[in-house]
Unconditional design. Structure first.
Lengths: 217, 150
């Protein structure tokens, strides 16, 4: 009795990148909900956790595993067009459109968090960790920007989910499972993982910066 | 007699001014005043969260609150609710539950007086104990008598 060899799999996403993604998926509704029920104390704590995660992802994009690095997946318009015409070269990780999806999402969430740092509620009871640096009127203007940007972010999340459905249904390419397991069927070279010390450096820097913003500034 | 005439004239004058103000004007003034109170609360809450609170800033802001706190109940004459036709989050309960609204206003006045006394004493522990009472009085009233922002 011989066991048929299964399809070959290659690793494409490391654990920190996967955990980061799913933490964001949980945090965004939690942040929305804590605001809805007026638990701004919890909203603030979750926002600070989000800040730490975003900072981590930025460091991980600079010196993390090969598929997490910005320089690896941010491609110019020529590569994007080639990919759209179906002539893109296969490589583990984000395709040229997916890479820009990551950059836009990161930029939106980072801006949303950046605004949140300076926001005050209208009664002056709760505020972001840096709102003491600006006036009430400024903090209120930023509160409205914080709200508007959330709806823009929601729009991009809808687009993001629509794209995942398009890949699943039209292109028969399941993008969600690899983001859970870390690997997908494929041949050739996979992700080049980063050593543990780089993860510790990125996490340490992110935690230190977050604590500095949240507690000291 | 002269004083009496002057006092009567002053009362007539004040009533006249009150009636001269239209409902939208009253609502606008009310909202501007509440914004000043919000800004004062921001200033106070930042100080009590700081490692070394600035008593002078706290005192300046507690004086703003004490200035407005006794007036709050007068900012809601009949006709300045949602029926005024301008954007206001004042709920009809302000006028249907007059007693409850007055209690909420009284709670604010007591809390604002305590906070101002604490700020003037310069005792940071007292300030830290008194400020949350004002925050509570704000939320207590807003929970029942102010509509959500959206």
């Amino acid at each position: 009795l011989s066991v048929a060899p299964g399809p070959r799999r290659i690793r494409i996403w490391d654990l920190p990148t996967r955990l980061f993604h799913w933490a964001i998926v949980l945090l965004i509704p939690a942040l929305w909900w804590t605001h809805q029920i007026d638990r701004l104390d919890l909203h603030l704590i979750l926002g600070e956790i989000m800040l730490g995660l975003i900072l981590f992802r930025i460091f991980w994009g600079l010196f993390g595993s090969s598929t997490a690095r910005f320089l690896g997946f941010v491609r110019g318009p020529a590569a994007v067009l080639r990919y759209l015409r179906g002539k893109g070269e296969a490589a583990p990780g984000h395709n040229p459109i997916g890479g820009w999806n990551v950059m836009v999402m990161l930029l939106l969430i980072a801006t949303e968090i950046g605004l949140g740092l300076f926001v005050s509620d209208e009664d002056g009871l709760n505020e972001g960790p840096l709102a003491h640096l600006i006036s009430y009127d400024s903090a209120r203007i930023l509160a409205h920007r914080h709200e508007t940007l959330f709806y823009i972010l929601l729009g991009f999340i809808a687009l993001h989910i629509a794209a995942i459905l398009f890949y699943a249904i039209v292109k028969r390419d399941n993008l969600v499972v690899p983001l859970v397991t870390g690997s997908r069927p494929g041949e050739g070279e996979g992700m080049r993982p980063a050593p543990l010390w780089r993860f510790l450096a990125a996490a340490g820097l992110a935690v230190a910066l977050t604590l500095w913003i949240a507690l000291i500034l | 007699v002269k004083e009496l005439v002057l006092a009567a004239a002053a009362i007539v004058g004040l009533v006249g001014v009150a009636f001269a103000q239209s409902a939208p004007q009253i609502i606008q003034t009310r909202q501007a005043n509440y914004k000043q109170m919000g800004a004062a609360m921001k200033g106070i809450n930042e100080q009590i969260r700081a490692d070394a609170p600035d008593v002078a800033i706290t005192r300046r802001n507690s004086a703003v609150l004490l200035h407005f706190a006794p007036q709050v109940l007068t900012w809601f004459p009949r006709g300045t609710g949602p029926e005024a036709g301008v954007r206001t989050r004042a709920l009809p309960q302000i006028w249907t539950d007059r007693a409850g609204f007055r209690r909420a206003g009284a709670l604010l006045l007591v809390a604002a007086r305590n906070l101002d006394a604490a700020a003037r004493s310069g005792d940071i522990a007292r300030i830290r104990a008194a400020a949350p009472q004002v925050s509570h009085a704000c939320s207590n009233c807003h929970d029942s008598y102010r509509a959500e922002e959206h």
